[in-house]
Write a protein that binds this ligand. Structure first.
Ligand SMILES: Cc1cc2nc3c(=O)[nH]c(=O)nc-3n(C[C@H](O)[C@H](O)[C@H](O)COP(=O)(O)OP(=O)(O)OC[C@H]3O[C@@H](n4cnc5c(N)ncnc54)[C@H](O)[C@@H]3O)c2cc1C
Length: 404
């Protein structure tokens, strides 16, 4: 029997329509705008949300497009082709805020929060990282103390994508310091119009400058106990489950960014002549183009194969079914693998594109220099590649044998 590996007609149509929309409507809208100022790009964000692009994986009964994780991967791939910053906005909103609310939310939480998030009327964010807790996320100190029917949250979160504009933030906070990450961290849905929420600063970043990154503070911020997402003490499970899907779709985004760099280099190499012929006809340049396209092709297969696993995993979580531990670990390992490989591949492909374009690769106006600044960031966020290598290695050593 042949191994089936084909997008559904619905996903194919989605990709075609989305690609045209991003190239024809969004690309001209962001040309040379928002990047230097590092302002939140409301105009393209509004245009994209009007197309239903802020709730792609979520089922229609909650206002989403119902295209699952494969559809969400296509979304990040196509948006990243046009701009990695816009993809980061969509990713922080969808993969790590809206998705965990869908996966772990009560029916009431889903009905309250998902429709405005899916419409893009509300923007979502995810706040885990703290000044002393980056890779060592278990070391968070933001505290949530129970007071009657409410929790009182105090603490500081840093590097929160969309943090300056978000309406809804998924916040990880310590509810039992004695238990730490193993039962002492809880996830909360926080409305940013609540007293005690402040944006204290915005980062000035080297790349993905169309995505804003903020430091936020909670000062005696009160949330009703019904805003606990998932079970009390299981906040780490909520965050890590969201990050499994987040990393796999981030890999899809890296494929999109790499494809854009390859196409820029290809266009340049066929037009630019040196030594009496287009540089694309010099064998070394052709070899580089061949390597770039091969890397993107193989990475795309691995990424969507992983997303297929994530989709099965998420369907079970959303339905409240038990998920076999071994399957869960396999999904985490696969999403870590594609995140590492795709982010490093995208950075390498962008560098190769730069070599092919010579001086123009570094020149503003050719847009590749933005790609050079944007690409390495995927190696850091949603867990650095070193930490992902630890996840992969640990699973391998625990099993004692490599299983595909
Ligand atoms: C643009 C951007 C957007 C972000 N958005 C969000 C967001 O929306 N929400 C959020 O919560 N966070 C966000 N982050 C934070 C991001 O997840 C962290 O930056 C990341 O987890 C790494 O933490 P750190 O930067 O503190 O690095 P550190 O943890 O200080 O690590 C520094 C270096 O040490 C290495 N290292 C650390 N521990 C080990 C170890 N045990 N073994 C080997 N190497 C190790 C790391 O890999 C890295 O190379 C964002 C970050 C960026 C850059």
């Amino acid at each position: 029997m042949a191994l089936e590996f084909e997008f559904s007609d619905e996903h194919k149509l989605f990709r075609r329509t989305l690609r045209d929309f991003m190239d024809e409507e969004i690309r001209p809208m962001i040309d040379n705008r928002f990047y230097e100022s590092e302002e939140f790009p409301w105009e393209p964000v509004r245009a994209m949300s009007e197309q239903g692009l802020f709730g792609v994986p979520v089922p229609p009964e909650y206002g989403g497009a119902g295209l699952g994780e494969i559809g969400y991967g296509i979304l990040l791939e196509e948006v990243s082709r046009v701009d990695t910053g816009l993809a980061t906005i969509v990713g922080a909103h969808t993969g790590i805020c809206l998705a965990p609310i869908y996966l772990f939310g009560t029916e009431e939480q889903r009905e309250t929060y998902l429709p405005p998030l899916c419409r893009g009327e509300n923007i979502g964010a995810f706040a885990l990282t703290e000044p002393q807790a980056g890779s060592d996320a278990a070391n968070i100190r933001t505290r949530a103390e129970r007071d009657g029917d409410e929790y009182v949250i105090n603490g500081t979160k840093i590097y929160v994508s969309n943090g300056d504009v978000a309406d809804t933030i998924m916040v990880s906070a310590v509810t039992d310091p004695a238990l730490g990450a193993k039962g002492g961290v809880t996830a909360f849905i926080v409305d940013t119009d609540t007293d005690g929420f402040h944006v204290s600063s915005k980062e000035d970043k080297m790349g993905i400058r169309r995505s804003t990154t903020a430091q936020i503070e909670f000062e005696d911020l009160r949330v009703p106990a019904e805003n606990v997402l998932g079970n009390v003490g299981e906040g780490f499970i909520v965050a890590l489950t969201a990050l499994d899907g987040g990393r796999a779709t981030l890999a899809a985004g890296s494929c999109g960014g790499a494809q854009e760099a390859l196409n820029m280099a290809l266009e340049y190499a066929t037009a630019r002549e040196q030594f009496g012929k287009p540089i694309a006809h010099h064998q070394d340049v052709q070899f580089r183009l061949a390597e770039m396209s091969t890397e993107i092709t193989t990475m795309r297969y691995a990424t969507y194969h992983c997303l297929d696993y994530v989709e099965t995993y998420y369907e079970k979580v959303a339905a409240g079914e038990d998920v076999d531990k071994s399957f869960r670990e396999k999904v985490s390992r696969r999403s870590a693998q594609v995140k590492v490989q795709a982010s490093e591949m995208a950075a390498e492909v962008t560098e190769k594109a730069c070599t092919i374009m010579g001086a123009r690769g570094l020149q503003e106006g050719y847009n590749l220099e933005k790609g050079l600044r944007d690409a390495p960031i995927a190696e850091i966020y949603e867990g650095t590649n070193e930490i992902q290598r630890l996840v992969i290695g640990r699973e391998l050593v625990q099993r004692g044998r490599y299983e595909w």
